[in-house]
Design a protein around this ligand. Sequence first.
Ligand code: SF4
Ligand code: SF4
Length: 365
Amino acid sequence: MTNLFDPELLDRCISCGFCLPACPTYALTGDEGSSPRGRINLMRALDTGVLDVDDPRVREEASFCLGCRACEPVCPAGVQYGQLLETWRDLQWTGRHRPVVAWGLMTVAARTSLLRLVGLVRRPARGAAAGATSLMLGCFERGLFPGVSRAARRLLPGVAVPADQGCCGALHAHNGQSHQGEEMARRLGEQLPGVIVTTSGGCAAHLATVLGRDRVHELSEHLVATGVTPVGEVRVDGRRARVALQDSCHLRNGLGVSAQPRALISAVADLVAVPGEASCCGAAGTYSMLRPRDSRRVLDPKLDAVEAAGVDYVVAVNPGCLRQLDTGLRRRRSRVRAVHLADLLADAAGGRALPRPRRRALRAR
Ligand code: SF4
Ligand code: SF4
């Protein structure tokens, strides 16, 4: 098969290499084949039939890429790498090449009845069914971090929280089923009236691609855009808390949202800049499950930097990043706690208290 990719997207790359320093997998290996330019060359080889999906290097690189899109904002030619990767994985991750873990997660996420059951057990936010703005509950956030949507609801008292809402389909779009991912986003757009507010940077980017930028707001951009001023202060041991931010890749690289969460954190705590805070944490959707060793290779230097900065909290704006940071910090028994931005702001305002940083780090990895 040939002509598999949209030529307008594939031909845009001028092979300049400006994207190489931004790519985390290139930084790990120093190998051109594991860079954005190298991967686009593999896509071209697929497109012309020089290589096929069974080629070991093609298979490896389709999976090794984090899909973080850090190559996009630095590209002078405007290559939309994320879209190319979705097409690549549609071709690559089918039949016997489909990762079983990703398939299992997608099957669960696609069943709204199962998500409703998770919601009954884990009790995420509840509220009115209709309004000018709707809060999206997410699929895995509903089960793993139900307190995040409750905190977001406290920050946005007028927001509607329709109970009957499915998954946005980002998981499908990034794991070889982009058409189903689009369809699920459209369906969610019908279930959630008005502007959709989400506490997940990854979901925001996917939904905005399908429904349009005006319909979708990530929480921090919504709070800033609507002029909500955070109240209170987060304190630790009688002082203002020191807080770092881990950017969400798709929020930053796909939607260009990075100043808003920083402004909100600065309003309630001392924001501490940490080297590498804008690069991928290795969660990358299903990546941490499909490639746990590579995921840790990406995460560990980041956690070293967070600990060296002497912060109390590291804030995530995406549930996958929150899980990744929390797991990594617990594994090394760090005193630093990973929390979601919604929880930080709700704590400052006198809502549900955050877990306190541990007194002493018990280093164990
Ligand atoms: S993706 Fe963009 S930055 Fe990277 S080689 Fe192609 S044109 Fe250059
Ligand atoms: S998406 Fe991330 S890991 Fe993949 S090529 Fe681009 S920068 Fe590298």
